[in-house]
Design a protein around this ligand. Structure first.
Ligand SMILES: CC(C)(COP(=O)(O)OP(=O)(O)OC[C@H]1O[C@@H](n2cnc3c(N)ncnc32)[C@H](O)[C@@H]1OP(=O)(O)O)[C@@H](O)C(=O)NCCC(=O)NCCS
Length: 174
């Protein structure tokens, strides 16, 4: 596995997505996901999601995060769509750096919670969210927190299917 810190003296840079990044993003998605559905929708998401940020090293894209604010009746909730890192750079803190960037931006835009959904067959990603302070909750807990209609609206945005894992983190200013 490559150590980003050793790469040509460049450090990791997190920046906003530009349309010309799309071919490199396709390559990262192809390498990071097994499922054809994720390979496809993660690239479409980069173009369509309100916020897409990339991690690059010496001009090479190695990771992507896609997120949005979902406006509900009583609050604005953060939602992480896709996050993916090229396998050669996984486990080196790139995903955490992308997640921190999303959390900072969403907090500044008024979100006090961030939500994400993962498949039950993705234990590595479950651990990744857990390590970053996210806890797993049921739809019942979501309804208690947000109310029934708001929960339905948010679950639709999250493309939640029965059996998926829901992660949430309460955000604070630090
Ligand atoms: C999930 C993912 C984005 C995490 O990014 P990352 O840069 O590997 O994560 P970090 O290095 O910041 O954090 C590492 C922690 O995440 C977990 N982790 C998840 N995937 C890992 C991997 N392939 N290698 C090592 N650690 C991984 C571990 O708990 C690890 O902590 P540890 O080393 O103390 O055990 C990345 O592994 C990935 O792209 N996975 C495939 C795509 C995917 O399933 N995305 C999520 C659904 S959208």
């Amino acid at each position: 596995m490559k150590d980003p810190a050793d790469e040509g003296g460049c450090s990791i840079r997190i920046r906003r997505f530009k349309p010309e990044d799309i071919n490199q993003i396709k390559n990262v998605a192809r390498a990071a996901f097994d499922s054809e559905v994720d390979k496809y929708w993660s690239v479409v998401g980069a173009l369509r999601t309100p916020y897409t940020y990339i991690a690059e090293i010496c001009g090479k894209i190695i990771g992507v995060i896609e997120f949005e604010l979902v406006y509900l009746s009583r609050s604005s909730e953060g939602h992480i769509g896709y996050i993916f890192v090229h396998p050669e750079y996984q486990g080196k803190g790139v995903g955490t750096a992308l997640l921190k960037k999303a959390e900072e931006i969403l907090y500044r835009r008024g979100a006090r919670r961030i939500w994400a959904v993962t498949s039950p067959n993705n234990p590595k990603t479950r651990r990744f969210f857990e390590k970053n302070g996210y806890r797993e909750v049921s739809t019942k807990i979501m309804k208690k927190t947000l109310g029934s209609n708001n929960t339905k609206k948010l679950l639709r945005r999250m493309v939640y299917f029965k059996g998926d894992i829901i992660h949430v983190k309460e955000l604070s200013s630090n």
